[in-house]
Every structure is written in structure tokens, then in C-alpha cells.
Design a protein. Structure first.
Length: 407
């Protein structure tokens, strides 16, 4: 059918700055939808039906769908598919029923003001999201563009940077970009003293490390002391090899079964911003450690599940990868992970006990895969000298489910 819904990106410069094609869509609409700020840009004598964005915004999708086949125009800030309403609407309304004409995004405007190459920046939204998402991106020299929640966000970001040892970072706040009331504020994170300004603002950060900074790589193998733990942790060297075998791909889901302190799930999520993980852990104290580690290391959306496998796995979304770090000898755990695993998915199980090793040997004989023995020795003090102290060797079973297999 012919498109009945249009989504038009509009900036602070208002209707007059729209292209002729975009202005024609606005003028032809029977119903206009937008935020209060967008609708206020329309002429006062425009008597067409207007719908302001509700809270929560998710209710808007159902409302718009009921307006079909009337001509509806949604006014959105900048690019509707850059953390915008376009993405939300496209989940419900077929693309062939809509026309989208994006405006200039906040990211493009910030880069034009600061002279930054857009492809060398990282864009994050803090609108309705925790500040902890900043953590994996706190790398010296990184250029971050942050979409604010409101006027209080710049001070909160500056405080977080200073707290993490990145106080020398340069911070610029650009308010009402592209309009006559555009304003820019500059300063250092550890000396940020500007009062809250306009709710419509975007934050630009050039990350710089101070004396107390501890930049942590997004590649697997963070130091063990980066995690709060009670000794139940996949050690750094083994963890790096485990993540390599799990092979994180953007947007994929990991089951971390017997998660301990959550180190594997957290590093899986740090590998790419779109990655997701479910940490299954029966002990309350360890679940609390997982939550604290996830907040501190930038993966606050990690799902932490109270339960014991295999029962706790029933009904979960099928994983792209599964890691059994504890409980490999428990009846049904490996079987449940293998059955749920998507075709092409990877299963990795680690153990240090003979009983669990026997289970892995049997599973390899049944299903195939690869067995690896990982031995690590670390130099530690021996009186006034140093010597090699071995960690417990780890037996690792790795297997990928063939494409075309059930799951």
C-alpha cells in the first residue's frame, strides 16, 4: 500500500530549514505527532490534529498504528534512526508504509563544531540509561559524543570521569544545536562548575587520563583484581583463552552458567556494545558481586539470574554461546546448554576436578569437539627471590554446534 506515515527530522532551526520534500510531507499530513518542542514550531493558526509524545514513549506506537490510513507525520529531532523514534516505529510498522526524511544528527553537528572526524568518534546515549555505560569507553584519546538525559547529565558525566581518574578530560556541552539559541560550554571534568543549562544538550568528551586512572582494555583478559571476587574467578590467562573459544560476535547472547563473580559474562559484553549475557548463579553473595562488577566495568545491563542449572535454564532465550564455569558434573547441565544452543553456537566448559573432567571426556566422545589442558605459572616471591608458582591446571572442552542442527 502507499505510505501513510512520514517521519521528518527537524532541527532547532525549525520548519523554514526543512527541504521542500520534507516541508511537503508536513503540509500534507492530517495528523501531526511530536514532542511539545516540535509541535510549538507549527504556525499558531494550524488547526490540524496534534498528538504530543506521551510518557512512556512506547505507548505512542500503538496510538499511531490506529491512525492508519490517515496521513500522519511524525516530527523527530535530527535523525530519527539515531537513537530516535524511527527505530521504535519501524519495529511495529512496515517500512514500505512509511517515508523517512532524516535531518542533521546531533553527532554531525557536534563534529562540525569541534572539527572532529565523525568516523573517529563514539556515540552513546545516556537518555534513560545508566552512566556506567561510559566505562568501557574511558580510553585515553577517545572522543565520545553523549546524548544527554537532561540538564543534569553534563555535571554527572564530569563527576564520573573525575571519580574514575579521568579528571583532565576536556568536556564541551552544546545546547540547542543548530538553532538561534545554540550555546557551548567548555571545561575540564575535574573542574566542571557550570550550572545546569538547557535539557536539550549533547556532551563531547576528549578522554584524558589523570594520575589515578586505570584504563581497561575491551579485549578479553582483564586483571583478576579488576573484579570483586571470593576466589571463584576464571583466572586472567584462562579467561582470555575461554573468551577466544566463545568467540563473541556483535549482538550475540551468552549464557554464563555458574557465573561466580561474572568475569566471563562481563568480558563478553565488553567485547561489543550490542552483546548480551545472562549470568546464572545460585549464591546471593556472588550475585551481589556480579552486580557490583557489572556496574563498575560498564555492563550494567547484564542479566543476573538466581537459580541452579539445569532447572534455571528452562525458558531462557536460546544462546549463541554458553560457558559452563561451574557445575559441569551436575547431571543435565551440559545437555541443557547443548540442546538450547543455536546452530553455529559455541559451548565451552572449564573444570579443575577429575570428576568434571570425566564428564567432559565422555561428552567429547559423544559429540566431538576439542579438549585443551591449560597450565599457567606466575612468578611470585620466594623469600628474597622469586619462583614459579603454578595455578591449578584447567581442562577445557570446546565445541561448536553445526549449522543446520536443531536447537
Amino acid at each position: 500500500m502507499a505510505p501513510w506515515l512520514s517521519i521528518v527530522g527537524i532541527g532547532e532551526d525549525g520548519l523554514d530549514a526543512l527541504s521542500p520534500a520534507a516541508r511537503a510531507l508536513v503540509d500534507a499530513a492530517e495528523v501531526l505527532v511530536g514532542g511539545d518542542r516540535h509541535l510549538a514550531m507549527l504556525p499558531a493558526d494550524d488547526r490540524r490534529e496534534r498528538i504530543a509524545w506521551p510518557s512512556p514513549l512506547s505507548a505512542l506506537v500503538g496510538t499511531i498504528a490506529t491512525l492508519k490510513p490517515r496521513r500522519v507525520c511524525v516530527l523527530a529531532t535530527g535523525d530519527p534512526f539515531c537513537f530516535g523514534i524511527g527505530t521504535t516505529l519501524a519495529r511495529r510498522i512496515p517500512l514500505d508504509e512509511m517515508i523517512v526524511l532524516p535531518g542533521v544528527s546531533a553527532r554531525s553537528l557536534v563534529c562540525s563544531r569541534l572539527g572532529w572526524p565523525e568516523h573517529m568518534t563514539t556515540l552513546l546515549t545516556l537518555h534513560g540509561r545508566p552512566l556506567a555505560l561510559l566505562e568501557p569507553h574511558l580510553q585515553p584519546g577517545a572522543r565520545l559524543i553523549l546524548l544527554s538525559e537532561d540538564a543534569a547529565t553534563p555535571a554527572a558525566v564530569a563527576a564520573r570521569l573525575a571519580e574514575r581518574g579521568f579528571g583532565p578530560s576536556a568536556v564541551s556541552v552544546l545546547e540547542r544545536l543548530g538553532g538561534p539559541a545554540e550555546r557551548r560550554l567548555d571545561g575540564r571534568a575535574d573542574a566542571w562548575n557550570h550550572p545546569p543549562g538547557n535539557d536539550l544538550n549533547t556532551i563531547a568528551v576528549t578522554v584524558a587520563a589523570g594520575p589515578g586512572a586505570r584504563p581497561l582494555a575491551t579485549l578479553p583478559g582483564l586483571p583478576d583484581d579488576a573484579f570483586a571476587h571470593d576466589g571463584q574467578i576464571t583466572k586472567r590467562e584462562v579467561r582470555a583463552m575461554t573468551l577466544a573459544a566463545l568467540a563473541p560476535h556483535p549482538g550475540q547472547l551468552l549464557w554464563d552458567v555458574g557465573a561466580g563473580c561474572g568475569s566471563v559474562a562481563i568480558e563478553w559484553m565488553r567485547a561489543h556494545a550490542l552483546n548480551r549475557a545472562i549470568a546464572v548463579e545460585p549464591k546471593p553473595a556472588r550475585r551481589a558481586m556480579i552486580a557490583a562488577n557489572a556496574e563498575r566495568l560498564g555492563t550494567p545491563t547484564l542479566r543476573i539470574l538466581d537459580g541452579t542449572a539445569p532447572a534455571a535454564l528452562a525458558g531462557l532465550e536460546a544462546p549463541d554461546a554458553a560457558f559452563v564455569g561451574g557445575g559441569a558434573s551436575m547431571p543435565g547441565v551440559i545437555e541443557a546448554c547443548w540442546a538450547a544452543l543455536k546452530p553455529g553456537g559455541r559451548l565451552v566448559a572449564n573444570t579443575v576436578t577429575l570428576e568434571s573432567e570425566a564428564v567432559l571426556l565422555a561428552k567429547r566422545a559423544e559429540l566431538g569437539g576439542e579438549l585443551v589442558r591449560i597450565s599457567v605459572e606466575r612468578a611470585e616471591p620466594v623469600g628474597p627471590f622469586h619462583g614459579w608458582r603454578p595455578l591449578m591446571p584447567v581442562t577445557q572442552w570446546r565445541i561448536a554446534k553445526p549449522f543446520g542442527a536443531g536447537g
